[in-house]
Design a protein around this ligand. Structure first.
Ligand code: CUA
Length: 434
């Protein structure tokens, strides 16, 4: 018995070594979106099934090909030899080649079915709940336990199970962060779930994307996921819950006035976000409002962003913006608050901006990417995005706003619209929303 097992064991070892070598080529350094370096229990279980499947398929392939080559060589046509004996039916062989595949299928099926049940089970009760809403073409993330709504950038505490509740606002999308887990569809009128626990391997940034064709900008529907320490996550949630605040008065160093701090904190203790929004909203434009809780961790900084998460999409040809313009955040707030922007976007703290069609912009200035992970969130890209989003991202709902710009969706040139200076002011305002 041992004599028959030994070659199998050797083969197993050889195949595993070959697999390890092959997978070494898929290391996270070289391929940051690899699925072969799992960082959650979900990915680890899926990978172990993949290994099992790969081993058995490789074994079957090698044995079948070896037998085939041997028979072809052994019974090849040679001069002067008689035709080999023809065989019709061999009960032993037929039973063997029926039973062996059946056994292999059972060996594969047991862990597969077990993993399906384990990963489809309900998440642990204390899991972090995150609602993911797919939109054409961006991601909305809601943290109901914290009362937070954000977009395109997902923060997850390491070591805590996160339970995603997957919805779609329109067509079918698919949620996938290759290094963490997935992928699972977002279907309208149906809720899917996906849960996993990011490993405690330190902070990290990962790429996420849509993986179900969902229209013209399907390939432009990306997001970033950040795994941070539990302490950083708590600070991040406090920051996210705080209404938008920006220091519009630049020269004075923007000291916090006693009055605004008091009203903001009073509103906060009442636990009424709308009261907070109303209070800060009535502050005259230009007066800095910096809530006390706004000094903590606000998220990943651009300097800490790994290269593979930095967008590389080039700016479409022919897009122009007047160089050297300096934006004024206070003026930008006024222009923003009377423009089309407010119909779609929400900025907590700006009572004029209560739209819910587009991404929530409350802390837009602390985001690192723009247009669902497509471009870096810098002045140049944001200015061009406001000027003519539809050139930067095909078929996007965000309208063309720049005066004299050609709207590729409507097929018309805008006679009225925002000037470059007005756009620069809005950019200054949005970037001040840290
Ligand atoms: Cu959303 Cu593809």
């Amino acid at each position: 018995m041992t004599a028959t097992l030994r070659p199998r064991r050797r083969l197993h070892a050889a195949l595993t070594a070959a697999l390890a070598l092959a997978l070494a080529g898929c290391s996270a350094d070289k391929y940051p979106n690899t699925i072969f370096e799992p960082t959650t229990e979900f990915n680890r279980e899926v990978l172990s099934i993949f290994h099992s499947l790969f081993f058995w398929s490789a074994l079957v392939f090698v044995l079948v090909e070896a037998a085939l080559i041997y028979v072809m060589w052994r019974y090849r046509r040679r001069e002067g030899t008689a035709e080999p004996r023809h065989v019709h039916g061999n009960t032993t062989l037929e039973i063997a080649w029926t039973l062996i595949p059946a056994v292999i299928l059972i060996v594969i099926a047991v862990p597969t079915v077990r993993t399906i049940f384990r990963t489809q089970a309900k998440a642990v009760p204390n899991a972090l709940q995150v609602q993911v809403i797919g939109h054409q073409w961006w991601w909305e993330f809601k943290y109901p336990q914290y009362g937070i709504t954000t977009a395109n950038e997902l923060y997850l505490p390491i070591g805590r199970t996160v339970n995603f509740e997957l919805h779609s606002a329109d067509v079918i999308h698919s949620f996938w962060i290759p290094r963490l887990g997935g992928k699972r569809d977002l279907v309208s009128n149906h809720t899917n779930y996906l849960w996993f626990t990011p490993d405690s391997v330190g902070e990290n940034a990962f790429n996420g994307s849509c993986n179900e064709y969902c229209g013209a900008s399907h390939a432009n529907m990306k997001f970033r996921a950040f795994t941070v320490t539990p302490a950083e996550f708590e600070q991040w949630t406090i920051h996210q819950k705080t209404p938008a605040a920006f220091g519009a008065a630049p020269a004075a160093g923007a000291p916090v006035t006693a009055a605004t701090t008091q009203t903001a904190s009073q509103a906060k203790t009442q636990g009424n976000p709308q009261a907070t929004a109303a209070t800060t909203g009535t502050t005259p434009a230009g007066a800095p409002v910096v809530p006390a809780s706004n000094t903590g961790y606000t998220g990943f900084t651009a300097a800490r962003l790994p290269a593979y998460t930095v967008p590389t999409m080039p700016i479409p040809e022919g897009m122009k913006f007047t160089p050297g313009l300096t934006g004024d955040a206070a003026r930008g707030q006024q222009i923003y608050s009377r423009s089309a922007c407010i119909g779609c976007h929400m900025i907590a703290g700006n009572p004029m901006s209560q739209g819910i069609i587009g991404p929530n912009l409350t802390h837009f200035g602390s985001r690192l990417t723009l247009a669902a992970g497509l471009y870096p969130n810098d002045e140049q890209h944001l200015a061009l995005w406001i000027k003519n989003a539809r050139v930067m991202k095909p078929d996007v709902i965000m309208p063309t706003l720049g005066k004299g710009e050609y709207d590729p969706v409507l097929g018309t040139t805008l006679k009225s619209g925002l000037s470059d200076q007005e756009i620069a002011d809005i950019v200054a305002y949005l970037h001040a929303l840290k």
